[in-house]
Design a protein around this ligand. Structure first.
Ligand code: TRP
Length: 361
């Protein structure tokens, strides 16, 4: 069986370092591993509209931002197919057929949907499109017969629901769809990178994100004002690692080589943590180290972004070509789905013949 990746992001803002360690970095590694037959990376504008239907301009403006972020982290259109969800009408057709396989109570039990309904004050009146987006996400994944879906932990319920739809479809109709596996980030810190203020979620409205496109000075400012350990007042005080944003970021970003280069008096992150916990290690020092680590990772990303920013029409062209190729793949699956459901009437010579015979005497 072919190994196929599908994943994507809603275009509601520029991508930040949480997206990077949570998924983007991994996607680039998978892309460059050469182990996958096909890789589809989708800008989920139709899904973004399910809770931004009153602000399509926001979605429209952010498509190019997300595309630039993709290209700047190293997603390569020669290896990964970058496309825009709304340009693939086959996805909505699949969604419509899958909707028959899902109950309202099952959707109500989806923890991600539940949580988002609360967050968005949809409790009293839930838009139908929003409520059913897990079905549309199942269409996104299955249209490409994805075997692996690299996403953050918050997407687990979506993949579970997709797998249920696949099993139900295949058992009722025919073995057409593929059950995807989820691929989660490598560690706890990558899974849930907090905002610079230590709050659990990075969000534009809280102003606690470090964006991939932030310049060097902005990143430094954000790092130097990061939340650490409020009980670590004097340098000599013992410090805490848990809930200390700087250390969480180091867990997500630092590599052994960084110590040799920027902080040779420590052999590893373990040693640095031990010293901090003992007391005698100041916040400024660990922040400066984190700043060096982050700048090293973000510099090439920023440089690539600058290059792609010079030719925006080309970036739209990449998305257009990617969308055309994605559409072909989705159309193939849709055709198999319709055959399995036996609603491909005009291709069904046997059906036509049988009906004709029925009426022939
Ligand atoms: N729900 C994802 C998010 O909010 C975006 C998305 C849409 C997606 N369709 C997908 C992710 C299919 C993986 C697979 O970021």
């Amino acid at each position: 069986m072919e190994k196929i990746i599908l994943t994507g992001d809603r275009p509601t803002g520029r991508l930040h370092v949480g997206h990077y360690v949570g998924s983007l970095r991994r996607r680039v590694e998978l892309q460059n591993s050469g182990e996958f037959d096909k890789i589809y990376i989708m800008i989920a504008d139709a899904q973004a509209l399910t809770d931004n239907f009153d602000n399509p301009e926001k979605v429209r403006q952010n498509i190019i931002e997300v595309a630039l972020d993709y290209l700047s982290v190293g997603l390569d259109p020669a290896k990964s197919n970058l496309f825009i969800q709304s340009q693939i009408p086959e996805l909505t057709e699949l969604t419509f057929f899958y909707a028959n396989l899902v109950t309202v109570s099952r959707l109500q039990r989806n923890p991600t949907v539940k949580n988002e309904i609360k967050l968005r004050d949809f409790e009293t009146s839930i838009p139908v499109g929003f409520f059913t987006y897990p079905i549309s996400q199942a269409a996104d994944i299955t249209a490409f017969k994805a075997t692996v879906v690299p996403v953050g932990e918050d997407q687990l319920p979506m993949i579970e629901q997709t797998r249920e739809i696949v099993r139900k479809f295949n058992s009722i109709y025919d073995e057409v769809l593929v059950e995807p596996e989820v691929l989660l980030p490598e560690n706890e810190a990558c899974m849930r990178l907090p905002g610079t203020d230590g709050k659990a979620k990075m969000s534009k409205s809280l102003g606690n994100c470090i964006y991939l496109s932030d310049d060097e000075k902005t990143v430094k400012q954000k790092v130097m004002s990061m939340y650490t350990d409020p009980t670590h007042i004097q340098i000599t005080d013992p410090g805490h690692i848990e809930g200390n944003t700087v250390f969480t970021y180091l867990d997500a970003f630092s590599k052994p080589g960084h110590f040799e280069e920027y902080l040779p008096e420590y052999a590893s992150l373990e040693e640095l943590k031990e010293h901090y916990q003992r007391g005698g290690l100041g916040d400024v020092k660990i922040k400066k180290f984190l700043n060096n680590v982050l700048q090293e990772e973000l510099n090439p990303i920023r440089a690539r972004r600058k290059e792609f920013e010079k030719d925006i029409p080309m970036v739209y062209d990449i998305l257009k070509k990617g969308s055309e190729a994605a559409r072909e793949a989705a159309a193939q699956t849709l055709s198999e789905v319709k055959s399995a459901m036996r609603i491909n009437y005009f291709d069904d010579a046997e059906l036509i013949k049988a009906q004709a015979e029925k009426y022939s005497n």
